[in-house]
Design a binder for this molecule. Structure first.
Ligand SMILES: [Zn+2]
Ligand SMILES: [Zn+2]
Length: 310
């Protein structure tokens, strides 16, 4: 368990301050506004509600669906999931998913987009987002989803959903409490909530390859953490996930709480999603220590079953 020291960066890997200005200013705005407009209990509920709702959309929409295709759904529900995920202001879903697939392919190797083992905490947490190297969407890594023009549109116009969410908060807050209500709803429901949500999401890249227990002998340094699973609705079972990334659930056993997985099972009962993929018995037994042996890390998931055939 160790962080790597940051090696000399190539020019493309330098932190770019100007393009990162919106990202930096959101942090300044969140701290300033939180001090200037102290929260009520309702503001804190809004903060938590929009944190967890958008965390859910990122986890289920961007990660378990777009990146890993761990279940199938209809074209309209796919669009809804990606739209909701985009309100988290983590750029476009295709950008997110393509980088994430790259992470699985090169996990903790020198090519890894955000390996804390290779490049230290800061780079893995947020430095990579602020560098030119990972600005563009690597469409070649997510061809299967990039064939849907509506998803490409959202990916290219990723500011639209957060702007619409902001307008909804301003309008709703104004309707309930005038100008004061509008400011508080926007500050706590969007500005502060988004910054906290960023860092909640980033922990999976920066912490879960360093802290926690290794149940499976993967070729990387991924780990399982119950605490990070509560912060991220189940993504903290990251060692499980790296061993068998095709599984929708990342908590493989009943005691591994995975709230996002329970909701997807609920959506399956409602008929909104189907073909939800689970780890085979062989993998579950291996994780329980019932069978032993070093199995190779499961390769990147199959992307051969596009939604159109569902
Ligand atoms: Zn990882
Ligand atoms: Zn993944």
């Amino acid at each position: 368990m160790a962080y790597g020291t940051t090696p000399a960066r190539t020019p493309a890997e330098r932190i770019e301050l100007l393009p990162s200005l919106p990202f930096i200013l959101m942090h300044v705005a969140a701290v300033g506004a939180a001090i200037a407009f102290p929260p009520s209990a309702g503001d804190l509920a809004l903060l938590l509600g929009l944190y967890y709702f958008r965390m859910w959309a990122v986890v289920v929409g961007f990660h378990r669906y777009l990146s890993h295709r761990s279940f199938q759904t209809s074209r309209w529900f796919q669009l809804a999931l990606v739209f909701l995920g985009t309100t988290a202001m983590q750029k476009g879903g295709l950008w997110w998913g393509a980088n994430h697939r790259h992470h699985h392919r090169y996990s903790d190797q020198p090519e890894d987009v955000h390996s804390p083992v290779q490049r230290g905490f800061f780079w893995s947490h947020m430095g990579w987002i602020m560098s030119a190297k990972w600005h563009a969407t690597r469409y070649g890594d997510i061809k299967d989803m990039a064939k849907f023009p509506e998803l490409v549109f959202l990916n290219e116009h990723y500011f639209l959903p957060p702007v619409l969410l902001s307008l909804a908060l301003l309008g709703g807050g104004f309707a309930l409490g005038g100008v004061h209500g509008a400011i508080h709803a926007f500050v706590w429901g969007f500005v502060v909530s988004t910054v906290v949500l960023w860092h909640g999401t980033f922990t999976i890249n920066s912490l879960s390859h360093v802290f926690g227990r290794r149940r499976f002998k993967t070729t990387d340094d991924s780990r399982n953490s119950a605490i990070l699973s509560l912060v991220t609705l189940g993504e903290g079972w990251h060692n499980n996930h790296h061993y068998f990334p095709g599984s929708m659930a990342q908590g493989f056993y009943w005691w591994q709480i995975d709230l996002a997985a329970y909701t997807v099972r609920g959506l399956e009962k409602l008929g909104l999603v189907w073909n939800v993929r689970a780890p085979p018995e062989r993998v579950l037994k291996l994780g329980r220590g019932i069978v032993t042996g070093e199995e190779p890390q499961t390769e990147a998931p199959r992307f051969a079953d596009p939604i159109a055939s569902a």
